[in-house]
Design a protein around this ligand. Sequence first.
Ligand SMILES: Nc1ncnc2c1ncn2[C@@H]1O[C@H](COP(=O)(O)OP(=O)(O)OP(=O)(O)O)[C@@H](O)[C@H]1O
Ligand SMILES: [Mg+2]
Length: 252
Amino acid sequence: MRISVINQKGGVGKSTTTANLAVVLASDFKKRVLVIDWDGQANVSAFLGLSPSPAWSNTNLILDPSSGFHPERDVLVPGLDVVPGASDFALVERQLLGDLLSGPRRLRRAIEPVYNQYDVILTDCGPTLGMLAINAVAACPDILVPIELAHAALLGAMTLQKFLADAQSSLEPAIRTMGVLPTFHDDREKTPREILGDLVKLFGPTLFKTAIHSAANVRDAGGQGRPVVLTEPHSRGAEEYRALAKEVLTRG
Ligand SMILES: Nc1ncnc2c1ncn2[C@@H]1O[C@H](COP(=O)(O)OP(=O)(O)OP(=O)(O)O)[C@@H](O)[C@H]1O
Ligand SMILES: [Mg+2]
């Protein structure tokens, strides 16, 4: 399974979801997992406790194929490899834009040789729908969309569906929305409950049954470089990410 975690809206929980899901898939479900940090902010690398200046990075993966494939191995748990983010990744998009013939497929080409080394590849996208996002969905066509249960969420969701439909028809037929994940849920508040109802109507069975609640320990764990599934494995957030992992595997 090759998953792009994508939503052009910032701060909806893409990197937090990627980090927790990756750890759970490797540790609880014994999958061979690769995380690709595909965002200049390098948040998912930080959430997984990695250094901000790796020896080999996402930038090397894309711009320097002769450098080989040297992800960080067994990050936090056995079976979880990570292509870490580097600060110069911000320069990659411009290079891809200059490559008219194969620009959209550069990530796919770079990781195709290692596809069979992993059961699940998770690409954590940044909050844009440019050339980097196009590369992500071409390489990882199973689309996971975290959506924050807040008012502006639905407008952006429609734009994203349009982007995915275009990419599917002109770039990669395998692109499909494998699941929409409600995030920042709060049962006690009216707005998230209403928006969750809208998402059910809009996405039907594509919506995951699991929703991730807002929780301080989910946020704080990210800051400490250890996802909540490791810092507090019995908390509600950890249970939710394990339930999500189960759903993801059944949709593979
Ligand atoms: N369930 C949650 N409860 C509370 N805080 C959360 C939760 N999930 C994520 N956060 C926090 O919200 C912020 C945004 O989350 P995250 O970085 O995962 O979003 P993102 O979509 O990857 O953002 P960006 O678009 O900038 O890449 C972070 O500070 C994170 O710790
Ligand atoms: Mg992020």
